[in-house]
Design a protein around this ligand. Sequence first.
Ligand SMILES: C[S@@+](CC[C@H](N)C(=O)[O-])C[C@H]1O[C@@H](n2cnc3c(N)ncnc32)[C@H](O)[C@@H]1O
Length: 370
Amino acid sequence: MTARRIAYEVLRRVDEHGAYANLALGPALERSGLDTRDRHQVTDLVYGTTRMRRACDVLVDRFVAEPPDPATRTLLRLGAYQLAYTRTATHAAVSETVGLAPRRTRGFVNAVLRKVAATPLDTVQWPSPWARLSYPDWIGDRLESELGHPDAVGALEAMNTAPSTTTRDDGYVQDLSSQWVAAAVAARPGELVVDVCAAPGGKATALAAAGAHVVAADIRPARSRQVAANAVRLGLGLGVITADATTLPIRRASADAVLVDAPCSGLGVLRRRPDARWRVESDDISELAELQARIVTAAAALVKPGGRLVYSVCTLTRAESLDHPVPPGFEPDQERPPAGTWRAYGHGWRVLPQDAGTDGMTLLRYRRRA
Ligand SMILES: C[S@@+](CC[C@H](N)C(=O)[O-])C[C@H]1O[C@@H](n2cnc3c(N)ncnc32)[C@H](O)[C@@H]1O
């Protein structure tokens, strides 16, 4: 099978059956027998078409009178993506995509894609700026209110590009902004550090590598097993437990530092999960904020007097960061800026996806009064 056909079949599973793009893609690539170059092409077609789904629909819908059936819709998206957002030669993008259509729709797909190809992008009337960038309106509006228009556009543009890969000295693949969060814990040899939302263990292993005694907890058994497996692979000793961060079986006021890398809406990491923008909902933010606040309260109780509490989320909403009350008995730790490309943000810090090509991240540091 060709790269385009495999991409089309994966996209149909994503579009029609709600499959997760990364989960549908991996096995399809394994089965494909394609070489590395073609695998990259399949990945770009699947992820790119999924990211640009809304924009592709706008490009196509100018030339269709009635909504196409789901399979044809997916094929038109795939064609429009190649025409508008890749360097594929026009004739190849059209003819190879048309070649995937069943005979009954071939003429229609051919006619629509030829029109898309013939119309310059800068003449398109976008229904909203967020349609052009291919996000749901609520995400564009939300980031605009959080960041202002220019930074919102910059963040959304940056999250339309494929993520870069950064690898730590010990071989663990971890985004730079996550490495900065781990560094902000400033774990020292011999300290007791608790990571209450630890899986898959990127930050917990960094803390253990700094010489701290680390207890890593995650609520999901399969995910806490990943933490243990990653620690073994890196030759690091750390204690792993499966537990709810709101009720951890750890003595109060015992930890030198506690890291809360909380579950969040993920609006800073949308480049990593191309379909995430179509799944996350605005109501998720308030629900997650409520869970985060409960986790912070429970985590704060574990910190010993004079100890540190570090909170991070890979999102950019105030509701999931600055709006959380400072835990009683703690004060924001603003002694020195954390290492990394952080912007000051209230009593915390954040990095936008366009600042340094990293994930977007928000960081709050507190110290418990002695
Ligand atoms: C942002 S991820 C953590 C990433 C991790 N710190 C790392 O660097 O690899 C959030 C984690 O919190 C876990 N989680 C969600 N709710 C939780 C809870 N109530 N208690 C503990 N862990 C929870 C999720 O399973 C998920 O693995």
